[in-house]
Design a protein around this ligand. Structure first.
Ligand code: PLP
Length: 386
């Protein structure tokens, strides 16, 4: 039995999504910009997908711009704000963003901008006082993720959006991990930009959306054709857009039905592992978290070794380290939370989806304690500590 618990990396595409896409990969190949009905019908279907996605976050279909990924949405939003206010040279973000925002911050800093990265505490929560104090008339944009991809910790985005709105500062949120997992209502949250990605919600890879609120300044990243009302040039990826629309509709229905089952499975995994395994800690336990994510550290062993052994049992998860230039550094998220190196190195992220079953979870609970025990028996740090 394959046990797939790496859904924050990507999800299995829903069969209904594939069915919706297939005609657009074969007989319905018309260009939506064409004058003829054959292409024009595809434009109508794309508009339908736009309404399905708008509905998931209670936005207007005109506020939805299709992009090539969540990464593109994040890049576009930040660059757009900087172009809107060329005189403003300050950007605010956090210490725990996804590389698509973190990397943009690093790039901007090298190019003469001032970047403030708000820290988090050991629970993963953001220092809101520091955020408020960092805002100045020179701040062009604040970009803060809604849900953290590694720990699942949720930031208080409605509150942050209201704070930025009250100061007349543009606000972008990377909601790639939040959409489809928690309710989002853009009529309630005054964010200017919000990024999403289809492959995190059982849609296809390589298609994203940037929500841009009506009357918010916007400058496209892609220049060329008139597609997306001149906001994102390039012939539309019709099949993927249709797939994203279907995936959004299914996610909305799933959310409306309540996510109690997935959260209960995550909690069952969390409680069983922390009970069965000594020196095991849950990252972000005291914070509000996504219902599908469990980041758990096993002291004195290597996460990569755990992953390789889990892989032998066809269990897929991911670790909390990033292999940079040959050295295994714990992730910037865990470092920002002050997780000790001895624990950060042994961190595993399990991320569930609506397809996760109780028997998958039980297989991990059966196998992982033995793996940790075996690795610790070989670890000099464990024997020193005990
Ligand atoms: N933002 C977050 C929080 C993510 O988890 C990811 C994907 O891992 C992205 C952005 C990037 O999305 P995409 O893979 O569509 O570029």
């Amino acid at each position: 039995m394959q046990v797939y618990l790496d859904n924050n990396a990507t999800t299995r595409i829903d069969d209904a999504v594939v069915d919706a896409m297939l005609p657009f990969l074969s007989e319905r190949y018309g260009n939506p910009s064409s004058m003829h009905t054959f292409g024009g019908q595809v434009a109508t279907d794309i508009y339908h997908a736009r309404t399905q996605i708008a509905k998931l976050i209670n936005a207007d279909p005109d506020e939805i711009i299709f992009t090539g990924s969540g990464t593109e949405g994040n890049n576009t939003a930040i660059r757009s704000a900087l172009e809107a206010y060329p005189g403003k040279r300050h950007v605010v973000t956090t210490m725990v963003e996804h590389p698509s925002v973190k990397g943009m911050g690093d790039y901007l800093e090298k190019n003469g901008y001032r970047v403030t990265r708000i820290p988090v505490d050991s629970t993963g929560n953001l220092n809101l006082e520091m955020l408020e104090n960092s805002l100045t008339p020179d701040t062009a944009i604040v970009s803060i993720m809604w849900a953290n991809n590694e720990t699942g910790v949720l930031f208080p985005i409605p509150e942050i959006a209201r704070l930025c709105a009250s100061r007349n500062i543009l606000f972008h949120t990377d909601a790639v991990q939040a959409t489809g997992k928690i309710p989002i209502d853009m009529r309630d949250v005054p964010a200017d930009y919000l990024s999403m990605s289809a492959h995190k919600i059982h849609g296809p890879k390589g298609i994203g959306v940037l929500f841009v609120r009506k009357n918010t300044p916007f400058h496209p990243l892609m220049i060329g054709g008139h597609q997306e009302h001149g906001r994102r040039a390039g012939t539309e990826n019709a099949a993927s857009i249709i797939g994203f629309g279907k995936a959004a509709e299914l996610s909305a229905a799933h959310l409306a039905a309540g996510d109690a089952e997935m959260a209960a499975l995550r909690d069952h995994l969390q409680d069983s592992l922390t009970t069965a395994i000594p020196n095991a800690f849950v990252n972000g336990l005291a914070a509000d978290r996504l219902p599908n994510t469990l980041s758990i550290s096993f002291e004195f062993i290597e996460g990569e070794a755990i992953l390789l052994m889990l892989n032998e049992f066809q269990i897929q998860a991911s670790s909390g380290s990033a292999c940079t230039s040959g050295s295994l550094e714990p992730s910037h998220v865990l470092r920002a939370m002050g997780v000790p190196y001895t624990a950060a190195h042994g961190t595993i992220r399990f991320s569930l989806s609506r397809f996760t079953t109780r028997s998958e979870i039980d297989k991990i609970i059966e196998i992982l304690p033995g793996i940790v025990k075996q690795l610790r028996a070989m670890s000099p740090y464990w024997s020193d500590a005990n």
